[in-house]
Design a protein around this ligand. Structure first.
Ligand code: ZN
Ligand code: MN
Length: 144
């Protein structure tokens, strides 16, 4: 992953292109996400940003994440029964998800799935694999 500063500069450039005002709060949302390897929720990002900008609103954090996603700087990791989690790592990678505590870690998989350029009328763009299981912490805390 490129360094945080370069990624922030790219964000500023893209904001200018689409005519979005660059505010310190918006930059802080992206910076928090860039520095967070654990795929935080909107609320977790909001709590971090609030430490620097106490008057930031949850709505601003939401909207900023939506914009970042739309311009391709952020992706959402979705899985059932949980709130959306955000990822500033947009390179192709997959996820290991703990079904008990919700921890999400990046993984690389050796076996590449061959996805055709078109499927059922969809023009395919990317794919992502979620592997579910129990993380080491949860495994060691299982009642015997
Ligand atoms: Zn766990
Ligand atoms: Mn990830």
């Amino acid at each position: 992953m490129q360094n945080v500063r370069e990624r922030l500069e790219l964000f500023v450039k893209k904001c200018k292109e689409i005519g979005l005002k660059i505010t310190p709060q918006r930059l802080a949302v992206y910076e928090v996400l860039l520095k967070s390897p654990n795929h935080p929720t909107v609320e977790e990002i909001y709590e971090e940003v609030k430490k620097m900008y106490p008057y930031v609103s949850l709505a601003t954090v939401y909207r900023t994440l939506e914009t970042l996603e739309r311009i391709g700087l952020v992706r959402r990791v979705c899985f059932w029964g949980n709130s959306a989690r955000y990822d500033a790592n947009t390179s192709e990678h997959h996820h290991l998800i703990c079904e008990r505590c919700g921890k999400i870690e990046d993984i690389e998989l050796d076996d590449r799935i061959s996805v055709p350029p078109e499927l059922k009328g969809f023009k395919t763009e990317s794919y992502s694999v979620n592997v579910y299981g129990l993380c080491p912490d949860c495994r060691s805390n299982l009642p015997s």
